[in-house]
Design a protein around this ligand. Sequence first.
Ligand code: B12
Length: 242
Amino acid sequence: MTSRNPFSPDQKITRPGAAEIPAPAPWQAAADRLIRALSPAGLDLIHPFDADRFEAARRLIAPERPGALALLVGNTRRLWAPFSQAPRDDPHPLDRYVERAVRDAAAALDTPALIRFAHRTDPAFPFQRLADAAGFAALSPCHLNIHPQHGPWIALRALLILPDLDAPPPPTAPAPSPCAACHAPCLEPFDRALRAADTPDVPAHWPLWLAVRDACPVGRDSRYTDAQITYHYTHALPPCSP
Ligand code: B12
């Protein structure tokens, strides 16, 4: 398959009087364009990887195409400010917000893109195992993905596969899991939350699930604001800012 991306890895950009700058590889150029398009919307984590690293991602590509570029899109607390200013024209405003931003960014890439969204449950795509297999954020004993910088304070939003572009070369060494040397302080609150989950009063339980996240020692500076936490756990939106 030929790449429709205007760059090829060995092309060089030259400016008069300047040293030759090698053009980015097509996978890097596509990732850079996505970062530029999605960061202002608060979708600030883009992780390029080889779709072959996760069987369920590889199976999305038909006909089979080994070594295709896949990109995992996520966010940190930076989502909250732009999302708070966006229109709330749907019962699920965050889901629509993510869909609009990701679809628009993908359409501007000039190469075909397959998209899966984490909020879709018809059926749910296993984003947590994907994030682990892709080397983005390891699965912890309490079933949350832990990002090396932001800890559990991330959300997984979308998977893009660009079958016409080659994936980046594999990492030289697998990223170590932040949980590997941890004594798992998340497990005690996790057990408490699980026990409470046997009773039907779900809205009353969310502080117990929040305690699981708060127990993680990684990424504490990336904790969401109280408004964002309340929204994610209860779907209560503060009034629109003028
Ligand atoms: C359905 C769903 C829910 C349901 C049911 C969750 C459940 N416990 O089964 C509800 C609405 C209750 C829920 C709540 C929350 N969720 Co939720 N949820 C999902 C969703 C959309 C699909 C999960 C799924 O069915 N996966 C399909 C199976 C096939 O995937 P899997 O990899 O094989 O299985 C994984 C999970 O199911 C999980 N799991 C499996 N069994 C159990 C049992 C328990 C007790 C727990 C805690 C987890 C868990 O671990 C597996 C991997 O090890 C995912 C997004 C996604 N597409 O993954 C978010 C997702 C898992 N949720 C997420 C979060 C943060 C939460 C909350 C903590 C708060 C929130 N909404 O922000 C709460 C509270 C936690 C809780 N009570 O479980 C995040 C996790 C981020 C991270 N850092 O890991 C995700 C990835 C969404 C996102 N946008 O980032 N969620």
